[in-house]
Design a protein around this ligand. Structure first.
Ligand code: TPP
Length: 211
């Protein structure tokens, strides 16, 4: 999109914490869960930049729920890339709000049960916010899905650069290490266990980026 020199990535606390080491553009490191608030500040001061956050489900859907919800409600012109791998990866695999029912984690050793509540569907909730312009859920379990994910992220960025408001792409992602699976088994887990709970698709698309 020719935006590399105009991009500011806002990292998160979690496995994405070193994201600024992997991308060749500017980056900011906020405290846990606060990426949408930091991105809001950056974008309001530098409105011509492409500003996005990269957040895990612990960061975005637990400690950072308030920042995520209210940046969407306010219709901040930022993009959130939300990595849903069903648990807290960096700290050793604890339950997250997105953990599946029955899923074993280090803090749900007999599987997530009724006492730990239910999986949190972020896209469905945010799609009800007037300020949210583009909301999509994608999954990384085969090349076709990877291409769909790229397209969704491009549409989210187009939404932002057209000044249409808040955008979020939820990316269902494997965490073989903490799931105790091989990488191939982990891709199957994404397809067979996660997708039925977190249906894929575009929940909200502005007319301007539909073509
Ligand atoms: C205020 C604060 N509380 C707790 C922690 C510990 N901590 C570090 S990463 C993390 C969760 C990471 O999980 P997630 O956001 O799902 O990202 P992942 O590592 O799975 O990509 C937590 C709780 C912290 N660094 N700061």
């Amino acid at each position: 999109m020719g935006l590399q020199n105009k991009t500011v990535g806002v990292g998160s606390v979690g496995c994405g914490v070193f994201s600024y080491e992997y991308f060749n553009f500017d980056g900011v490191g906020p405290s846990h869960g606060r990426a949408p608030a930091v991105a809001t500040g950056v974008k309001r001061v530098l409105p011509d930049r492409l500003v996005f956050t990269y957040q895990g489900d612990g960061d975005l859907a637990a400690i950072g729920t308030t920042e995520m919800v209210h940046s969407a409600v306010r219709g901040e012109n930022i993009t959130i890339i939300f990595i849903n791998n069903t648990l807290y990866g960096m700290t050793g695999g604890q339950m997250a709000p997105t953990t599946l029912m029955g899923q074993v984690t280090t803090t749900t050793p007999t599987g997530r049960g009724r006492q730990q509540g239910f999986p949190f569907r972020v896209c469905e909730m945010l799609a009800t916010a007037e300020g949210a312009a583009y909301i999509a859920r994608v999954a990384l379990y085969n090349p076709v899905q990877v291409n769909r994910a790229k397209k969704a992220i491009r549409r989210a960025f187009e939404t932002q650069m057209a000044g249409l408001g808040f955008s979020l792409v939820e990316v269902l992602s494997a965490c073989p290490t903490n799931w105790g699976l091989t990488p191939l088994e982990a891709l199957k887990f994404v397809e067979e266990k996660m997708v039925p709970v977190y249906p894929l698709g575009e929940f909200k698309v502005p007319e301007e980026v539909k073509s």
